[in-house]
Design a protein around this ligand. Structure first.
Ligand code: FES
Length: 56
């Protein structure tokens, strides 16, 4: 499922980023580009990231 439409970032992409050690929304933005265009995806991205980190 797409989280960031502007950059075509999916929940799986966010999972992959957290698996690779991304721990903050800022790092996720730098790593994937989420939130760097319209910003509409930021809160959902953070929620997905929290869920992914809980799985670790
Ligand atoms: Fe992610 Fe626009 S939907 S920056």
């Amino acid at each position: 499922m797409y989280v960031c439409i502007c950059h075509a970032i999916t929940e799986k992409d966010i999972q992959k980023a957290t698996d690779q050690g991304v721990v903050s929304l800022q790092e996720l933005s730098q790593h994937t580009g989420v939130g760097t265009q319209c910003g509409a995806c930021l809160s959902h991205s953070q929620e997905v990231m929290r869920r992914c980190r809980r799985r670790l």
